[in-house]
Design a protein around this ligand. Structure first.
Ligand code: PGA
Length: 253
């Protein structure tokens, strides 16, 4: 069974851009992509710029996303931001379990799972990130690691998962200039879809969009996006420049 899945490109700005720079970048992206409807587009600025970027996106087709969140709606969690606060700023999407959060902020599969549940119950679309490290790939464990991250991340998640996004981001390809070849990426994406089919059913697996992330650039985007199970990209470095980001979006038709 195969199904049409509209491609989705998200820009993960990470901890970059002042408020002013975020406005300029958003203006640039809107100019580059005005009227573009072929691909779903999401901008994920840091929390400090969600409001201004969201305001600029109001009358556009481009959607707003956050890079992380807490799982509780409110409470004594100094320094954290809740799902409800993101909804309040008109966020549609939230990146969860990015490898940088797993590596530097001790996010476990269990935490990611709790956040995925909170996102879904708050009507935010999770972009759940998975991916193996270089050492895990070299020791032949890549598929098992990704299987565990998917199974645990989505354990007992209820509700309609068809609109959620999974991002496969091999850690060794993030910010390194090394990209998974289209074949390597496709193989892992097909594996992810198989796990989703086994755990959540074939119809859900065929609907969930699986993004590739890790050094996607205008030069390598089209080849990656041509693969049957690659439904778009999560773009870091190249999303910080309007023209480069727009070229990647245009490569995704
Ligand atoms: P990169 O980052 O495109 O800079 O490799 C991707 C990501 O971490 O989401």
């Amino acid at each position: 069974m195969s199904k049409y899945r509209k491609k989705i490109i998200a820009g993960n700005w990470k901890m970059n851009k002042s408020v002013r720079e975020a406005q300029d970048l958003t203006d640039g992206i809107i100019r580059e992509l005005a009227g573009y409807r072929e691909t779903d587009i999401v901008l994920c600025p840091p929390f400090t710029s969600l409001k201004v970027v969201g305001d600029l996106l109001v009358d556009t087709y481009i959607k707003l996303g956050a890079q992380n969140m807490h799982w509780e709606p409110s409470g004594a969690y100094t320094g954290e931001v809740s799902p409800n606060m993101l909804r309040d700023l008109f966020c549609h999407y939230v990146i969860l379990g990015h490898s940088e959060r797993r590596a530097y902020f001790n996010e476990t599969d269990k935490i990611v799972n709790t956040k995925v549940k909170a996102a879904i119950s708050t009507h935010l679309v999770p972009i759940m990130c998975v991916g193996e490290t270089k050492a895990e790939r070299e020791s032949g464990q890549a598929k098992d690691i990704v299987r565990r991250q998917i199974e645990e991340g989505l354990r007992d998640v209820e509700g309609d998962l068809k609109t959620m996004i999974v991002a496969y981001e091999p850690v060794w390809a993030i910010g390194t200039g090394l990209t998974a070849t289209p074949d390597i990426a496709q193989e892992m994406h097909a594996h992810i879809r198989e796990i989703l089919a086994k755990t959540k059913g074939e119809a859900t697996a065929q609907s969930i969009r699986i993004q590739y992330g890790g050094s996607v650039k205008p030069e390598n985007a089209a080849e990656l996006f041509k693969q049957p199970d690659i439904d778009g990209g999560l773009i870091g470095g190249a999303s910080l420049e309007a023209r480069a980001f727009a070229k990647i979006v245009e490569a995704a038709v």
